[in-house]
Ligand binder design. Structure first.
Ligand SMILES: N[C@@H](CCC[C@H](N)C(=O)O)C(=O)O
Length: 278
C-alpha cells in the first residue's frame, strides 16, 4: 500500500488514498505500522475514502487500533493532500467525518502549495451525557473527580470526540505521563477521553499539553485545542478567539458567537511518501 507521511504540528499520520472502504484489518495495521520501534511510526492511520455527502470521507485510526470520531490535525492534512495531488481544484473542500458530520475547509495556497487550512469544526457539544460523561449537567464545568488519590476539576467538551480540560499552574512541567492515562480511562468518561492540561497565559493565549485517547502524549491535538478554547471562554478566561500553544506549535481557534461554530486555523505538512506491504 502506498502512503504519505504527514503531520499537523507534529501530530503525525500515515495517510492512505484510493481504498473504497476502510480496510477490515485497519485496527491491526494501525497497531503494527504506528509503532515507532517495530513499525513506521505515527500517531494514527488516516484513510481518505469516497463520500456521498462530501468531497471525501476521512477515517482516523489511533495508534492503539481504536477508531476516533474526528481529528482536527488529520483533517488539515487531508485537505493538503487532496489539493496538492489535484483531486480537488477548489480552495473549498468538504470532508465527511465519523462523529462530527461534514466539515467545511478553506485552504490558503501559494503556487499550488497549501500553506494553511481553516476548518469549520462545527458546534461544540456541552451536554454531559452526549460528550459522553457520567453527568447530566450541561456544561460540565470544573467537575471534581478523583484519580489514584488525586483530585482534579475537569471540564468536558466534545468536538465530535470527547475531551477533558484541566487547568494547571504550568502545563509545560506537569506530569502528563502519570496523570494522562489515569484520566483517559477514568470511569467518569464511558468512552474514555482525550485529556488537555492547560495554562492561561493571557486573554489571547493558552498553553496546553495533551494526552490523547488511544495514542498517548502527542505534540498537538486540533480537536483538543478547540475544546480548550471553548472551555476557556466558558470560564471567562479568554476571548472567543485565541492562540492555543502546543508542544508542536500554535493553532488559532475562534468560537463564533453568531453560529456557535468553532473555527480552527493551522498548517499541515508532508514529510515523505512510501509503500508498505499489508
Ligand atoms: N489528534 C487528533 C485527535 C485524534 C483522535 C483522538 N486520539 C481520539 O481518540 O479522540 C486531533 O488533532 O484532533
Amino acid at each position: 500500500m502506498e502512503f504519505t507521511k504527514m503531520h499537523g504540528l507534529g501530530n503525525d499520520f500515515l495517510v492512505f488514498y484510493g481504498e473504497k472502504a476502510l480496510p477490515k484489518e485497519a485496527s491491526y495495521l494501525a497497531q503494527k505500522w504506528c509503532n515507532r520501534n517495530f513499525g513506521i511510526g505515527a500517531d494514527g492511520l488516516v484513510f481518505i475514502l469516497p463520500s456521498e455527502q462530501a468531497d471525501f470521507n476521512m477515517r482516523i485510526i489511533n495508534s492503539d487500533g481504536t477508531e476516533a470520531e474526528q481529528c482536527g490535525n488529520a483533517i488539515r492534512c487531508v485537505c493538503k493532500y487532496v489539493y496538492e495531488k489535484g483531486y480537488v481544484r477548489s480552495e473549498r473542500v468538504t470532508i465527511e467525518t465519523l462523529g462530527a458530520g461534514v466539515q467545511q475547509a478553506v485552504l490558503q495556497t501559494d503556487s499550488g502549495v497549501v500553506t494553511s487550512v481553516r476548518i469549520d469544526m462545527g458546534e461544540p457539544i456541552l451536554a454531559g451525557r452526549a460528550i459522553p460523561t457520567k453527568l447530566d449537567a450541561s456544561p460540565v464545568l470544573d467537575w471534581p473527580i478523583e484519580a489514584a488519590g488525586q483530585k482534579f476539576n475537569v471540564t468536558a467538551v466534545s468536538m465530535g470526540n470527547p475531551h477533558c480540560i484541566i487547568y494547571v499552574e504550568d502545563a509545560a512541567s506537569f506530569d502528563l505521563n502519570t496523570w494522562g492515562p489515569r484520566l483517559e480511562t477514568h470511569l467518569f468518561f464511558p468512552q474514555k477521553t482525550n485529556v488537555e492540561f492547560a495554562t492561561i497565559i493571557s486573554r489571547n493565549r493558552v498553553e496546553m499539553r495533551v494526552w490523547e485517547r488511544g495514542a498517548g502524549a502527542t505534540l498537538a491535538c486540533g480537536t483538543g485545542a478547540c475544546a480548550t478554547l471553548v472551555s476557556s471562554v466558558l470560564h471567562g478566561y479568554t476571548n472567543r478567539a485565541a492562540w492555543i500553544g502546543l508542544p508542536g506549535g500554535d493553532l488559532f481557534v475562534e468560537w463564533d458567537e453568531v453560529d456557535n461554530h468553532v473555527y480552527m486555523n493551522g498548517p499541515a505538512e508532508t514529510v515523505y511518501e512510501g509503500s508498505v506491504n499489508r
